[in-house]
Design a protein. Structure first.
Length: 605
C-alpha cells in the first residue's frame, strides 16, 4: 500500500454558516489503493517479513567465518575470549559475534546512505518544493524507482513522496541496530538474515538520494551520451584560485557552481573534487573537474593546488583539517556529520566568515547552509589564492634526499604499509640521490600515509613518493563520462534477448573503491577486457574514476573508446555511489520485463 499524508491550507473559506480564516487540515495517512493485482506480498517489509526466504538462501549458501578478532569488547561484561568453542558472558559464540559485527557494519553503511538521502531530500524540498516531480528519464524510463517499488510497493512521484520511504528506512535501521545490543539476537543465521535486510534498505536509501538529485538538479537523465569530463591531477589549472570539494553530498558544491555563474565568475575559479561529490558536481556542470578517487586526497591537498577545501560527508580523511593547515588553505565543513571541531558560523554574515578565513583568524568554519558555503568558498578562494601562492606540503628534490638520509632502515614503514611496499629500499636509494625507486612506488601506493605515522624519524614518506612521481602526476589527464543515471527501458528491451541467448555473456559492475596495489589501473584493464568480450560493463563511484585512469596509444581513455549505451561492449558510468541502484534496477527491470514478475512489493520473487 502507498502511504501518503494530506495537508490542506485555506486562507479564507466563506460558507453559509460563516467565514473561516487560516484553516489548516492534516490527515495522517491515506491509503492509496494499488491497481488490482499490482501489489505483491511484502510492502514496506519488516525485519522478519522476508526471513523465511533468507533462511532458505542461508541453508543453501552457508555462511563461513574467518574471525578478524578473537574477542568481543562490546559491553561492560567483557571483554570476552570467543576462541574455540567458548561463549561470552552473555552466551554469544564466535559465529554469532562475527555475524553481529557484520550487521553493525551494514547498519553503518545503510544509515550513512539513508541519512545522506534524508539531508539531500530535505534540502531539495526546501529549494524546489515537495511537489517537484521525480523524473529520471522522461518517457524513456517508465519505472523511475525500481528498487523502491520492489521493496516498498510504492511509486514515488514527487520529492515529498520520498519522505515516506525515508521514514520507513529510518525505522528499519533503528530496529536492525537494536538487534546488535547485548542479549538480543543470539543466532548467527538470524543475524545474517538481518544483514540481508540492511543491504536491501541500503539500496533503497541510495536510490532515493539519486533519483531526488537527478530530478531536482537536472543531472543527465538516462543519457548514453552524457558529456565527457576531465579527470586527473593534471587537469587542474593551478594558475587560478582552486576550490576542492570532498565527500558525497553534492548541494554545497552545486551552490559553489551557482554562485560562480550568478556572479559572472565562472571560468575564473577552478571547481575540482574528489570522491562522489566530484562525480555528482560534474553531472550538474560538466566543466567542473574530478581529481580522482578517495586515495588521491592526501596527494592533492599536499600538492598545494587547492586554495579552499570544502568537505561534506563520507570518505573524508579525519585529518583533513590538519592537512589543510599544512598548505595554509582554509577548510569549510558543510555537514553536521563531520564538524571537525570547527566553530559553527552558519548564522554569521558571509563577509565576516570570509574575512576570518582569509586573515587566518580561524583555520576553518562549519557552515550548515549550502548557499552560504557557495558564497564563502568562492570569495575566500579568490582572496586567499594570491596570499598562499600555492604553498605546498611536498618537499623539493633536495628535501627528499636530505630527509632520506635520516632513515635508519628500521623497516617500520614497510610493516605498516597495507601493500607491503619496499619503502626502506626506495628511501635508501633516494638518500644517494636516485628518486626512481620512490617514484616507482606511486602506482601501488593508496595514499593512506600509514608509513608516515609509523616512521620514528617522522619522514613524510607519502610526500616523498608523490614528489618522486611528479612527472607522472602532471600527465594524469583523462576523460570520464559524467554519470548517466538510469538505464532506459528500450535499452533493457534490446539486450534482453541477446542476454537470454548468450550473445551478451552478462552484466559486470565495478563499484566501490580500488584501494589495493595498482587498483586503479587494474579496474581500467578489467573493464576493457570485459567490454572487449561483449559484456555490458557498468561503473559507479570511485571505481568509475579508476576505470578512467588509462590511456591507449592514441591517448584515449576507456570512456572515449567504449560507448555509453547499455549494450554489449559498453563501459557505462551510472554516477556516484548512490547511483548503484540503477545497476540493481536494470537487473530488476530485466526480470520484470522478461520473466513477467510483478514489480510492486515483491522482493522475495
Ligand atoms: S556482548 Fe557478550 S560477548 Fe561481547 S563483551 Fe558483552 S558479554 Fe562478552
Ligand atoms: S601511503 Fe603508500 S607507501 Fe605509505 S603505507 Fe600507505 S600505501 Fe604504503
Ligand atoms: S620507518 Fe622511517 S626510518 Fe624506518 S625504514 Fe622507514 S623511512 Fe626509514
Amino acid at each position: 500500500m502507498a502511504r501518503k499524508g494530506l495537508h490542506v491550507k485555506v486562507g479564507e473559506l466563506r460558507s453559509d454558516i460563516g467565514v473561516l480564516k487560516d484553516l489548516e487540515i492534516t490527515l495522517g495517512r491515506i491509503i492509496e489503493e494499488p491497481k488490482p493485482g499490482e501489489i505483491g506480498p511484502t510492502p514496506f517489509p519488516s525485519i522478519t517479513d522476508l526471513r523465511s526466504w533468507d533462511l532458505k538462501l542461508l541453508k543453501r549458501y552457508k555462511p563461513f567465518y574467518m574471525p578478524f578478532c578473537d574477542v568481543c569488547c562490546l559491553c561492560t561484561f567483557g571483554k570476552c575470549d570467543l576462541t574455540g568453542d567458548k561463549r561470552g558472558a552473555c552466551g554469544l559464540d564466535m559465529a554469532g559475534q562475527q555475524s553481529r559485527i557484520v550487521l553493525l557494519a551494514c547498519c553503518i553503511g545503510a544509515a550513512t546512505h539513508i541519512a545522506h538521502a534524508r539531508h539531500l531530500v530535505e534540502h531539495l524540498i526546501e529549494k524546489f518544493g515537495k511537489e517537484h516531480p521525480i523524473d529520471v528519464g522522461g518517457v524513456s524510463v517508465e519505472v523511475e524507482a525500481p528498487v523502491t517499488r520492489l521493496v516498498c510497493g510504492v511509486r514515488p512521484r514527487t520529492l515529498g513522496d520520498l519522505e515516506d520511504v525515508l521514514d520507513y528506512l529510518e525505522s528499519q535501521v533503528t530496529h536492525l541496530l537494536s538487534a546488535t545490543h547485548t542479549g538480543q539476537e543470539g543466532s548467527n543465521i538470524d543475524f545474517e538474515s538481518k544483514v540481508f535486510h540492511a543491504g536491501m534498505i541500503d539500496q533503497v536509501g541510495m536510490e532515493v538520494a539519486d533519483i531526488a538529485q537527478i530530478s531536482a538538479y537536472n543531472f543527465p537523465k538516462a543519457d548514453p551520451d552524457a558529456p565527457l569530463v576531465d579527470i586527473g591531477l593534471g587537469v587542474v589549472d593551478a594558475t587560478k584560485p582552486v576550490i576542492m570539494v570532498i565527500g558525497h553530498n553534492v548541494p554545497p558544491a552545486v551552490e559553489i557552481v551557482d554562485y560562480l555563474q550568478e556572479n559572472g565568475l565562472y571560468g575564473m575559479v577552478e571547481v575540482t573534487g574528489l570522491c562522489c561529490t566530484a562525480i555528482d558536481v560534474t553531472r550538474y556542470n560538466p566543466k567542473a573537474k574530478i581529481v580522482g578517487p578517495i586515495s588521491w586526497q592526501l596527494r592533492y591537498i599536499r600538492s598545494g593546488m587547492p586554495d579552499v577545501i570544502v568537505v561534506d560527508e563520507q570518505c573524508i580523511r579525519a585529518d583533513s583539517l590538519i592537512e589543510a593547515q599544512k598548505i595554509k588553505a582554509p577548510l569549510i565543513a558543510a555537514s553536521p556529520k563531520n564538524c571537525l571541531g570547527l566553530p559553527d558560523r552558519t548564522h554569521d554574515p558571509a563577509e565576516e566568515i570570509v574575512s576570518d578565513l582569509v586573515n587566518g583568524k580561524t583555520p576553518g568554519a562549519l557552515i550548515l547552509d549550502p548557499e552560504k558555503v557557495g558564497e564563502v568558498a568562492v570569495k575566500t578562494a579568490i582572496l586567499v589564492a594570491p596570499r598562499r601562492k600555492k604553498f605546498k606540503a611536498i618537499p623539493n628534490v633536495k628535501g627528499v634526499i636530505e630527509g632520506s638520509k635520516r632513515c635508519t632502515g628500521c623497516q617500520s614503514c614497510r610493516r605498516a604499509c597495507p601493500n607491503d611496499l619496499p619503502i626502506p629500499e626506495a628511501v635508501a636509494e633516494a638518500a644517494k640521490g636516485n628518486l626512481d625507486k620512490l617514484g616507482a612506488l606511486y602506482a601501488e601506493c593508496i595514499g593512506c600515509a600509514r608509513c608516515e605515522s609509523a616512521c620514528p624519524q617522522g619522514l613524510p614518506l607519502h610526500s616523498f613518493i608523490v614528489k618522486a612521481a611528479e612527472k607522472k602526476l602532471k600527465e594524469e589527464t583523462y576523460k570520464i563520462r559524467a554519470g548517466r543515471g538510469a538505464i532506459q527501458d528500450i535499452e533493457i528491451r534490446n539486450v534482453g534477448g541477446p542476454i537470454v541467448l548468450g550473445e551478451i555473456p552478462g552484466v559486470i559492475a565495478f563499484v566501490g573503491c580500488a584501494n589495493y596495489p595498482k587498483g586503479g589501473e587494474e579496474i581500467a584493464e578489467m573493464a576493457m577486457e570485459f567490454a572487449n568480450r561483449r559484456f555490458i560493463v557498468l561503473t559507479s563511484g570511485c571505481a568509475a574514476m579508476s576505470a578512467a585512469l588509462y590511456k591507449d596509444e592514441e591517448g584515449k581513455s576507456p570512456y572515449e573508446i567504449y560507448p555509453g549505451a547499455f549494450d554489449a561492449g559498453c563501459i557505462v558510468n551510472v554516477g556516484s555511489c548512490v547511483s548503484n541502484p540503477h545497476i540493481a534496477g536494470a537487473a530488476i527491470k530485466i526480470a520484470s520485463i522478461f520473466a513477467k514478475r510483478n514489480l510492486y512489493a515483491n522482493y522475495e520473487e
